[in-house]
Design a protein around this ligand. Structure first.
Ligand code: PEP
Length: 249
């Protein structure tokens, strides 16, 4: 009804070896049947981006990175530039995931710089935001989301270069999910902020829900207004589960 095409993206995090490409093959095998209804993406660890992109070339499955550095190149040992991901065949990159914000202390300003780097390299940026349990209990969820959106999103966002992922930190990898009403409230708030700032383009930006999405709860979560797909962690490692989630559309 929204006119936004759903996106179901899998975040493999620090999981997967070359031998895991069979899971990608299974997703590719099912992609033809799903592609009329939604976009599919797999975000493997950086070591697998090139091999996965080569395998997925010419199929409806897009490959994304999980993080990028803000600079094009330089003395940043261990980091990966957005241009390197694009060169390896990625068409998207996740930035500002809560695990990056927590373990690597990434600030909104850094996430914003990484988003600009993604755009510079021609990548779709999937910008993650979300409140902690303490923030939710304190009734600060929308305030936190508003601050993260204002600080993490650069000017110039469009429906084609930005996806926002709402991922309550306390729901990631815990098996816990917010109520449908809470998801609707958060996504409605994000939509309002996007439209306020980016106008018609903000109306077209897809807002994904992430946090313990699995085949058994996907249909309920994906039916919520302003939920335009899912960012899937743990359940994306097995093609059958990932496809079960995508099948909710
Ligand atoms: C994530 O980390 O992006 C995520 C949604 O994880 P999980 O599905 O495992 O909760």
């Amino acid at each position: 009804a929204s006119g936004r095409r759903p996106l179901v993206a899998g975040n493999w995090k620090m999981n997967g070896l070359r031998g895991s490409i069979g899971e990608l093959d299974a997703v590719i095998a099912a992609a033809g049947g799903l592609a009329p209804r939604l976009d599919l993406m797999v975000c493997p660890p950086a070591t697998l981006v090139a091999a996965f992109a080569a395998r997925a070339a010419g199929t409806p499955v897009a490959i994304g990175g999980q993080d990028c550095h803000a600079e094009v190149s330089g003395a940043f040992t261990g980091d990966v530039a957005a241009e390197m991901l694009a060169d390896a065949g990625a068409t998207a990159v996740i930035v500002g995931h809560s695990e990056r914000r927590t373990y690597h202390r990434e600030s909104d300003a850094e996430v914003r710089a990484k988003t600009l780097a993604a755009w510079r390299a021609g990548l779709l940026a999937i910008v993650c935001i979300g409140e902690t349990k303490d923030e939710r209990v304190a009734g600060r969820t929308l305030e936190v989301l508003g601050t993260q959106l204002a600080g993490s999103l650069p000017d110039g966002a469009t429906a084609a270069n930005l996806v926002v992922a709402y991922e309550p930190v306390w729901a990631i990898g815990t098996g816990l999910t917010p109520t449908v009403a809470d998801v609707a409230e958060a996504h409605g708030f994000v939509r309002d902020r996007l439209v306020e700032r980016f106008g018609a383009e903000g109306e077209g930006v897809r807002v994904l829900y992430g946090g313990s999405v699995k085949p058994s709860n996907a249909a309920e979560l994906m039916a919520v207004a302003n939920v335009d797909g899912a960012l899937v962690g743990g359940a994306s490692l097995k093609a059958t589960d990932f496809l079960g989630i995508a099948g909710a559309y």
